[in-house]
Design a protein around this ligand. Structure first.
Ligand code: GLA
Length: 750
């Protein structure tokens, strides 16, 4: 049993040896939070850790009581988990424990992506029912604990058993009260082409949050936050993660109140949201995933990586090696014909690349971004034989074929807009804000989802298509749907994303063999909700190797390598104009789902040979580079920001690849060592260097096998002599570690 109920103390204890989560029914019937942290012994009471009854403002000291799903108006002035406007206009709830049950396994969240179980006994779920009799509102709080993971998945279902409607104004997926506020808040923030940069700031009194109001999770903030102790590093210290399985408007917020306790919450952004709960109706929040680590941020990330890879991603591609792609976008933009595409595919195939992706511009009259979104019929003047002819020719080369789509959009200049202007999001009496010459379709309308399913099914069924890149290039303005009554307009953006999920789900069911990659102007919707449908995401439109170090580092805080699509592109880089060595571009893109985004017909013979070598390297180490345990070693956000290092290590500890990047060359460098992690301390490792030419630069592979203990305690020597200074800027080296025969099981050190 992972979930215990002690009727005497009215305590729930969720535990699995990795973490404990303790909740108790307070004397007044409210559900109080007791503890989340390292695993505690079973069969003991911990209720004394949390003050007993909640007296709110009338309490002599007004001290805060830790609560599981707080609502305002009754003396708790902190940020609420739940806010409901009742029929009389009041908003005070008094939710008291009524019952609970423990369920084997875990159920899905209706209409929303969710984590799941596959094997009997791998998880248990606690459902606690709270009710306010006067308001006739019930809340079912759900907590799932997995046997082998330091995570608790939370969610809430809110229902109305009264005779009048009520309006949900705020319904968080999780709210967590912590006994102190000696934490730093980590967020992943940025903009287009610089997504998911790590921000780390000490918690201060008051509320601090990240959120989106764009209709998508957004480039600006990610629905993942972590609280870490000021002393927490990658390798040690406490960390609590909170990740929301949702792709729409979200908020993740921490509040420090005057007694120094902290509340952390995440859920649908209440700003602009409301949901009408009809009598008998129920509202389901998205899931939130809490994770705990006492072994640093690295261990926290590992928990998310495994959960997302193994129990959030679904479908036939979940566990399969992902193909190396070549995408024609930066090679041709809109300017191509079949011959040009086949020339690219042929050159790519000669270098060993496995899948050709035809990006934007293959449909309607789309020769620039001004037209044709919504008209998902192939442009026969560019591709006279249609997609089928092109796909078959690509397959004849020994490659697979994929296409780009942007289903949620419509161009003003398109047949779809002419036929169905009413399907476009906007307020009828107002002009619509323009964005990339396109409007957003009203995905809250079932007929729009049905239409898209039909036309896209026709496209995907028309040719041997193995891969789809699903883009979303503008966010939502003037959110409004004339199909909803005035008092339900606050539901619109949630209904929009539910429509997106429905379309994804239907297409995945209809085409189970297709690998989907999500995209939103690069990484503008890179979130766990999307990963439940598309197991990989285009991390950013920025393919510059130096910029990608930051983007991929930040992404890796929550997301596994198998979800981070990363391509080598041409130089000067199209986003920042920087010129970096081809080997460095590959050495960065290797740490993710690898591919190319350039014109291979424009390369020199030498560059083609280098790419063939890169492709061979990635194929050899693909399992490790897509599914290994990823450990961050030197941060692009700390120190002089001139040096970055990370590694991936096999679960059995027998092989690892360490990457060391020097951004700007420095004269007369001192000897540098990198302390590795995750190896087997008893094993001996042979070290080889990639690219092989690095050997000639004076970076020597070790002749002797090196001990795992030495590599973790003393470190790996990475810049051994002055020669490395003369190599110039943007240098990368990979160190491949292979355990010599006889090495045993994985190490314990993290
Ligand atoms: C977005 C994507 C790019 C490319 C273009 C096509 O910007 O992020 O990768 O597909 O759209 O218009």
């Amino acid at each position: 049993m992972m979930i215990d109920w002690n009727p005497a103390t009215r305590e729930f204890h969720l535990r699995n040896g990795l973490a404990s989560y303790v909740v108790r029914v307070l004397e007044n019937g409210w559900l109080g939070h007791v503890y989340f942290g390292p695993s505690l012994a079973e069969a003991r009471s911990y209720g004394h850790l949390a003050p007993g009854e909640f007296y709110g403002f009338s309490n002599r000291l007004g001290q805060p009581v830790p609560l599981e799903y707080p609502s305002g108006g009754g003396g708790d002035y902190r940020i609420p988990g739940l806010a409901i406007e009742l029929a009389d206009g009041s908003g005070v709830l008094d939710l008291r424990y009524t019952s609970h049950r423990v369920i084997k396994g875990k159920s899905a969240t209706p209409g929303l992506p969710s984590t799941y179980v596959e094997v009997g006994g791998e998880a248990e779920t606690l459902e606690v029912v709270l009710a306010d009799e006067i308001a006739a509102i019930q809340v079912r709080l759900l907590y799932t604990i997995y046997r082998d993971r330091p995570v608790v998945v939370r969610g809430a279902r809110i229902s109305n058993s009264g005779a009048s409607s009520a309006i949900v104004r705020c319904a968080m997926s999780a709210s967590l009260d912590l006994p102190d506020s000696d934490w730093e808040l980590i967020t992943l923030s940025g903009e287009w082409a610089r997504e998911r940069h790590v921000e780390r700031l000490r918690l201060r009194p008051g509320a601090q949050s990240v959120s989106s109001a764009r209709g998508a999770s957004g480039h600006q903030h990610n629905p993942f936050v972590a609280l870490v102790r000021p002393s927490t590093t990658e390798a040690s210290g406490e960390a609590i993660g909170l990740s929301l399985v949702y792709s729409g408007n979200f908020i993740a917020e921490a509040e420090v109140e005057p007694f120094g306790t902290a509340r952390l919450r995440a859920g649908i952004n209440p700003n602009g949201f409301s949901w009408v709960l009809e009598p008998g109706g129920e509202f389901a929040t998205p899931e939130a995933i809490l994770a705990y680590s006492s072994g640093g941020l690295g261990e926290l990330s590992d928990a998310y990586h495994r959960l997302f890879r193994e129990r959030l991603a679904r479908g036939s591609w979940r566990d399969r090696a992902r193909p190396i792609v070549i995408n024609n976008w930066e090679a041709t933009y809109f300017d191509f014909d079949e011959a040009r595409l086949l020339a690219i595919a042929t050159a790519a195939r000669e270098m060993g690349i496995e899948l050709f992706v035809l990006d934007d511009g293959w449909f309607g009259q789309r020769n620039d971004s001004s037209t044709s979104l919504g008209d998902w019929q192939v442009n026969l003047s560019k591709l006279p034989g249609g997609l089928d002819s092109l796909a078959r020719k690509v397959e004849a080369l020994g490659m697979r074929f994929g296409i780009w789509i942007e289903p949620e959009m419509v161009s003003r200049s398109s047949n779809l807009f002419a036929e169905h202007p009413e399907w476009t999001i906007g307020i009828p009496s107002r002009p619509r804000t323009e964005g990339r010459n396109q409007y957003v379709l009203d995905m809250s309308r079932p007929e729009v989802v049905d239409h898209l399913f039909e036309v896209l099914s026709a496209v995907l069924g028309s040719a041997p298509i193995s891969y789809v890149k699903w883009d979303m290039n503008r966010t939502i303005t003037e959110p409004y749907s004339p199909t909803l009554p005035a008092w339900r307009q606050g539901e619109f953006l949630h209904r929009y994303i539910l429509g997106v999920y429905t379309l994804y789900d239907r297409l995945i069911q209809a085409f189970p063999g297709i690998l989907f990659e999500s995209c939103a102007g690069g990484g503008g919707r890179f979130d766990p909700g999307m990963l439940a449908f598309a197991p990989q995401a285009w991390a950013s439109d920025d393919t510059d190797a130096v910029e990608r170090l930051k983007i991929q580092w930040g992404s890796s805080l929550a997301y596994p390598l198998s979800s981070i699509a990363a391509h080598v592109s041409a130089v000067p880089n199209h986003q920042v104009g920087r010129v970096t060595p081809l080997a460095t571009r590959a050495a960065v893109a290797f740490f993710g789902v690898f591919g190319y985004e350039l014109d291979p017909t424009a390369l020199s013979d030498g560059e083609r040979a280098q790419i063939a070598d890169q492709v061979a390297f990635y194929k050899k180490w693909r399992e490790l580079l897509q599914r290994g345990r990823f450990l961050r070693l030197r941060s692009p956000f700390e120190g002089d920001r001139d040096e970055v290092a990370w590694m991936t290590v096999a679960d059995d500890g027998r092989s690892a690849i360490v990457a060391h990047y020097r951004i700007l060359s420095r004269p007369n460098p001192g000897p540098q060592r990198l302390r590795l992690r995750g190896l087997n301390a008893e094993a001996s490792y042979r070290v080889s260097i990639w690219p092989a030419s690095a050997e000639a630069d004076g970076v020597a592979a070790s002749r002797e096998a090196l001990g795992g203990d030495e590599l973790m305690s003393a470190g790996l020597v990475v810049e051994s002599d002055r020669k490395s200074a003369t190599q110039g800027d943007f240098r990368a080296r990979l160190y491949v570690l292979e355990a010599a025969e006889g090495a045993s099981s994985p190490g314990v050190e993290s």
